[in-house]
Ligand binder design. Structure first.
Ligand code: GDG
Length: 505
C-alpha cells in the first residue's frame, strides 16, 4: 500500500485551533472568535506550508465511540489537517490539570510555595508526551520541521529526536522560564532540560527567560555557551525588572548546537484598527462612554489565575476608594476575569477570591446608582472587548508574573485621539518592550497605589506622548514581524545534526 504523503511542517500545541460546537446534531469546527492570542498567531504559519499538520488532544469517552482522529480544516488561514490525540478524562486530569497546572505552572511563574508534588503522576506525563511525539512523527517527513509549544509538552522533543533523528525540532515557551534556583525545585529537572537540549532551537518571549534557561542548562547538565550577543530589537536592554543587556543565543551540548531565541509574540494592530473602524464599533464606543457618563472607566482583562494578580489589583482598587473618597461614583472598573471552561482546581480558589473581593467592594462603596465594579467571568466577544479598550481611561494589568501579556499590546493598538493610560506590571514580559507604561510592582501596595493615582491624574499630553512611543513599537513588532522573525530563524537552521546526535552516540 502506498504510504500517505508526509508533512514537512507540524505544529504541536495542546489546544485545537478552532472551536468545536454541535449545531443541529452536527459537529462544526468554527474559526476562533478572537483574532489575537496564541492560536491565531500560530495559525498564520499553517497557510504558508502546503502540507501543514496541527497536533492537539481531545478528550474522548472511555469507549472512544464516534471519535474522528483527523479532521481537515479549511478556514481563512488556509487548508490543513488537525490530528487529535484521544485522551481519557483521567489522562487529561493527571497530565494537564495536575502535573502541568499544579506542579509545572507554579514553578514557571516563580511560585514555589504553590508547587504541589504529591499528586503528580510523572509516568502519565511521560506517556502523554510520548503519545504526542508519536502522533507528530506519524505525520512528519523524516526531515520535517516539528514545532512544539509550551511546557506541558516539554518531553516531546526527547521522544521525537529518537523516532526521527533528522527532524528539525523547535520549542517555544509562552510562559516565563524561571531562574535556576526556582526551576531546580522540579525533581524532573534533568529530564526536562535534556529534552529541551534535543531541540534545534528553543524559543522564549524575552532575553531574561532565554538567559535563565541557558544558565540552568549549563549548571545542571554541563551545556556550554556557544554564543552570546548584545540584546537588540524591541527590548529595553537595561533598567527594567526583566531587562538583560546580553543574551545567550546558542549552547553546545553532546556534540550538538542548540540555538536559543528570544522574540516576543506581537499583536495584530491592523485587525484591531479594522474592527474599530466600523460604524457599529463607533456606535458601541459612544454607547459605552454615555453609559459611563462623567465617570472614569478602568479596564482589566485576563484569565482567572493567581499569577495574573487580579486579587492584588482589586485590593488596590479597594484602597483607592477608601483613600480618595472624592472618587465615589466617579470611577468604574470593568474587570474581565475569564474562568476556565473545565473548572480546574488550581484556579478555583483564585476565582472565589476575585468574586469575594468584587462582592465586598461593591457592597462597601456601591449604592443604587453606582456599583464600582462590573465583573465578567465569561469571555467577552473580541469586537466588544476592543470597544472597551478604546473607551477606557485606564488599562490596569498587574500580573505577579506573566510570560508576555498580549492584552497590554491590544490596549495600546486600540487607542487613538485622547488615549488612555496603561498600568503594567514590571513582572510581565511585555514590560521590557513597553517601558513608557506606568510600570508597577504588584508585590508592593505603595507602588500599586502610586500607579493608579498616576494613571488617574496624568495629563492628556503626557498620556499621548507615552502612548505614541508604545504604539509605534506595538505596530512595528507586530504578529507578522514575529512570524517573519521565526521563519528566518527556522530557515537558517542546518538541515540535520544527526551525525552528532546524542541518540546516535
Ligand atoms: C499565555 C501567557 C502570553 C482575554 N479575555 C478575553 C479575551 N482575551 C484574549 C486577549 C488576549 C488573550 O486572550 C490573552 O493573552 P495574554 O497574553 O494576556 O495571556 P494568556 O492567555 O495567559 O497567554 C502569556 C501568551 O500566552 C502568548 O504567548 O502573553 O503571558 O500566559 O489576546 O484578547 N478575548 C476575548 N474575550 C475575552 O473576554 N475575545
Amino acid at each position: 500500500m502506498a504510504q500517505a504523503k508526509k508533512s514537512s511542517f507540524v505544529i504541536v500545541y495542546h489546544r485545537q485551533p478552532y472551536e468545536e460546537v454541535i449545531e443541529n446534531g452536527r459537529v462544526i469546527y468554527k474559526e476562533n472568535k478572537s483574532p489575537n492570542g496564541i492560536v491565531p498567531a500560530l495559525k498564520g504559519f499553517l497557510g504558508s506550508a502546503k502540507d501543514a499538520v496541527w497536533i492537539a488532544w481531545k478528550q474522548v469517552p472511555a469507549n472512544g465511540k464516534g471519535f474522528e482522529r483527523t479532521v481537515h480544516i479549511k478556514d481563512s488561514y488556509g487548508e490543513y489537517d488537525v490530528v487529535r490525540l484521544p485522551l481519557k478524562a483521567e489522562q487529561v486530569k493527571a497530565f494537564y490539570h495536575v502535573t502541568s497546572k499544579e506542579a509545572l505552572w507554579p514553578i514557571l511563574h516563580s511560585f514555589p510555595g504553590k508547587f504541589n508534588y504529591g499528586p503528580v503522576d510523572w509516568e502519565n506525563f511521560r506517556e502523554v508526551n510520548r503519545l504526542f511525539a508519536e502522533a507528530a512523527c506519524e505525520q512528519a517527513s523524516d526531515d520535517a520541521f516539528i514545532w512544539v509549544h509550551d511546557y506541558n509538552l516539554w518531553l516531546v522533543p526527547h521522544y521525537v529526536r529518537r523516532i526521527k533523528p533528522n527532524a528539525r525540532i523547535a520549542m517555544f515557551h509562552h510562559t516565563p522560564f524561571p531562574a535556576a534556583d526556582t526551576f531546580n525545585v522540579l525533581p524532573w529537572r534533568e529530564e526536562i532540560l535534556g529534552s529541551l537540549l534535543d531541540c534545534d532551537i528553543v524559543g522564549f518571549h524575552i532575553p531574561r527567560y532565554a538567559e535563565n534557561f541557558a544558565s540552568t542548562a549549563c549548571s545542571v547538565l554541563g551545556a556550554v555557551r556557544a554564543e552570546t550577543r548584545a540584546v537588540k530589537g524591541p527590548f529595553c536592554p537595561t533598567g527594567t525588572v526583566l531587562s538583560e543587556p546580553t543574551v545567550t543565543t546558542a549552547l553546545n551540548y553532546n556534540g550538538r548546537r542548540v540555538e536559543i531565541d528570544a522574540w516576543p509574540i506581537g499583536t495584530n494592530p491592523e485587525v484591531i484598527d479594522k474592527l474599530l473602524s466600523t460604524f457599529e464599533a463607533g456606535q458601541r464606543v459612544a454607547e459605552i462612554k454615555s453609559e459611563i457618563g462623567d465617570r472614569r472607566l478602568l479596564v482589566s482583562v485576563g484569565r482567572v489565575d493567581y499569577v495574573k494578580g487580579t486579587k492584588e489589583m482589586l485590593e488596590a482598587f479597594d484602597r483607592l476608594l477608601a483613600r480618595r473618597p472624592e472618587l465615589k461614583e466617579k470611577v468604574k472598573l470593568f474587570c474581565v476575569c475569564v474562568a476556565p471552561a473545565d473548572g480546574m482546581s488550581a484556579y478555583r480558589a483564585a476565582q472565589r477570591e476575585v468574586e469575594r473581593l468584587v462582592g465586598s467592594i461593591n457592597g462597601k462603596y456601591g449604592n443604587l446608582r453606582w456599583s464600582p465594579i462590573m465583573l465578567s467571568t465569561r469571555g467577552v466577544p473580541f469586537e466588544e472587548l476592543v470597544c472597551y479598550y478604546r473607551a477606557a481611561d485606564v488599562c490596569w494589568i498587574t500580573p505577579l508574573r506573566d510570560g508576555l501579556n498580549l492584552v497590554a499590546k491590544e490596549f495600546i493598538a486600540a487607542q487613538n485621539g485622547d488615549p488612555g493610560a496603561l498600568i503594567l506590571s514590571e513582572f510581565a514580559g511585555s514590560a521590557v518592550e513597553l517601558a513608557e507604561s506606568i510600570r508597577v510592582n504588584p508585590y508592593s501596595e505603595r507602588s500599586m497605589d502610586a500607579a493608579i493615582d498616576a494613571a488617574l491624574d496624568m495629563g492628556a499630553t503626557e498620556r499621548s506622548d507615552q502612548l505614541q512611543k508604545m504604539r509605534e513599537r506595538v505596530s512595528t513588532w507586530n504578529v507578522d514581524h514575529w512570524a517573519q522573525h521565526v521563519r528566518e530563524r527556522f530557515e537558517a537552521l542546518p538541515a540535520s545534526q544527526n551525525e552528532n546526535a546524542r541518540s546516535a552516540a
